[in-house]
Design a protein around this ligand. Sequence first.
Ligand code: IPM
Ligand code: MG
Length: 368
Amino acid sequence: MKTANLLVLPGDGIGQEIAASAISVIAWFNDHRHDSISVSEDAIGGAAYDLHGTPLAEATLAKALASDCVLLGAVGGPQYARLDYASRPEAGLLGIRAGMGLFANLRPVFCFDELVEASTLRPEVVRGIDLVFVRELSSGVYFGEPRGIETLPDGSRRGVNTHAYTTAEIRRVSRVAFELARQRNSRIVSLEKSNVMEAGLLWREEVQALRDADYTDVELSHMLADNAAMQLVKNPRQFDVILTDNLFGDILSDEAAMLTGSLGMLPSASLGAEKDGGGRAALYEPIHGSAPDIAGKDLANPLAMLLSLAMALRLSLGREQDAASLEGAIRSVLAAGHRTGDLPAAHGRQVGTRGMTELVIAALDSAG
Ligand code: IPM
Ligand code: MG
């Protein structure tokens, strides 16, 4: 029997409720499978700030580094907007990404057939969408120096952030994208703004050079990020793997997520370098935020979190079959027409976070 150590960081807002949902599902797997997952919990984001005066305590990062992987809910809330950047909940998330060396963020975007009607786009445009973003996660304008707000001699102010990428940063995330593309349809579109940005031009050249050196079997094309924003709503099915930087990946993955009907459906994996003994640092989280407006009301859709757990089972814990059973259970609940409030009502029950979790567990039960 294998025991994996999973650190759960619920964070803020609905993070608490969806983390509880994941923990219930883990308990089900522990009861019904040979291998087990040992869960420990800690605070991040605003919750950590309230406890320790910092959004990411050193001890929490140490626990994250020592665990097999991390499952995170969401961070943020309006009560923290007055804090300086270093104290804000978001700094906890950026801090754990940097501290764990997570440079590749995988954001799969797929449309369950059961939900094609939930999209704001026509069903024939979204049916069968199956693409994945590989977003660079630990550099670019999110981390570049110099940064800050300065006061100029005339008393007006100037805000500065720096967008910069090195060869090594571009290549390590590109390698993840090429490897992933090989497991899919071997097609990558790489996005930047090389028409106006030097760092974008370097991005394009380095991705192409890596492809020509090591991945000639993968079809690579380049697209300007603004054009990609348009193509994503025009014809999203043209994409297989989308490789892009931290900021464009942030923006375009929200856009793409909404094609599928609800932000509440999409998981993500953030990966670090492969370790010598095998495995890699990894953190799994839904791509939606903390939704303070519905927090604590048992309204949040836990499915993005449960799909993130499925990714953890598959990518970090080597439990492909269990990942597939969890995804299958979710699909069958949707097929039965059960929905949380973020999705248009269907022929089944309207449920909350706990109700949806119970339905998924019941579906796991009936599948064995
Ligand atoms: C995301 C989020 C984060 C980001 C925020 C919460 C810091 O929007 O994971 O997409 O900008 O990376
Ligand atoms: Mg985002």
